[in-house]
Design a protein. Structure first.
Length: 275
């Protein structure tokens, strides 16, 4: 085994397997003491925190960025405008589409008048069937052109509306991908926003203990930055597939975090309460 491979293996052993062995030994001692008892048992595990929800806000239309007021770490409220791209081209498209609608209306009125005139002439045997039919088809074509123009106007108005983007939820800006003056491509992210009102605890549970844990079990979380303080939560997800190397299973819990003390990426020490 090369020196690099030995170092990597040693790091994995020290950071994952050895702490797990300590936790297993401590937990198994508690489980043996609680064997045959209906009392609550506490299982010690470790993990990290993550946002309960992450949203990437993308530009809906392409253009030069005029307005992006929030920086990374800023709190954004749902409905606040977070992005404006230059509107001039989209405003011109709306004006053009409205002109086309007006022209289509005039053409339809003209076709309708012509059809009525030829229909009256046909009734008096002064116009042929073909002339009347041609006038009818012209009227129907003019109506179709008006419908197309109306649809084009709605598309142009929607694109103009999409030149402004609002936040879809409350949260903190975790990544700002663009700055005012940059060009924003359609469907490319401009902000990443994370919801920290609820934190997700991603925990690593050794396989010897996974059978003891179930959904709904209560959990107490502690972090080094707040010594002596605990945060309560509940397990909502147990991954059925473990890591073949470390034999850990991922268990996730939700923790209320209305004061936003917990941040994503923190190291967590968790006590799972199970029966």
């Amino acid at each position: 085994m090369s020196l690099i491979k030995k170092i990597i293996f040693s790091i994995i052993l020290f950071t994952q397997i050895l702490p797990a062995q300590y936790a297993i030994a401590e937990n198994m001692a508690q489980l043996n003491q609680a064997a045959g008892s209906t009392e609550e048992t506490e299982i010690l595990v470790f993990g990290s925190s993550a946002p309960c929800r992450t949203v990437s806000i993308a530009a809906k239309v392409a253009g030069n960025v005029e307005y992006m007021p929030f920086a990374e770490g800023d709190y954004v409220k749902s409905g606040e405008v977070v992005l404006k791209v230059e509107k001039t081209d989209y405003e011109l498209q709306v004006a053009l589409a409205r002109t086309q609608v007006e022209r289509a209306k005039i053409a339809l009125e003209q076709a309708d008048v012509e059809f009525k005139r030829l229909n009256e002439l046909f009734k008096s045997n002064s116009a042929s069937v073909q002339m009347k039919d041609n006038a009818l088809f012209a009227k129907l074509s003019a109506q179709a052109n008006l419908n197309t123009a109306d649809a084009s106007l709605k598309i142009a108005e929607n694109m103009l509306k999409n030149a402004e983007i609002c936040a879809p939820m409350n949260g903190f800006v975790s990544v700002k991908h663009r700055e005012p003056g940059d060009f924003a491509d359609k469907a490319k992210p401009v902000y990443d926003i994370v919801d920290l009102d609820t934190i997700k605890a991603n925990l690593k549970v050794p396989e010897l203990l996974i059978a003891k844990i179930k959904k709904g079990d209560k959990i107490d979380i502690s972090v080094d930055v707040y010594p002596g303080e605990t945060f309560s939560g509940e397990i909502y997800e147990i991954n059925p597939v473990g890591d073949a190397l470390t034999h850990f299973f991922k268990v996730s819990a939700t923790i209320k975090n209305t004061e936003h003390k917990l941040k994503a990426g923190m190291f967590l020490k968790a006590t799972i309460k199970t029966k």
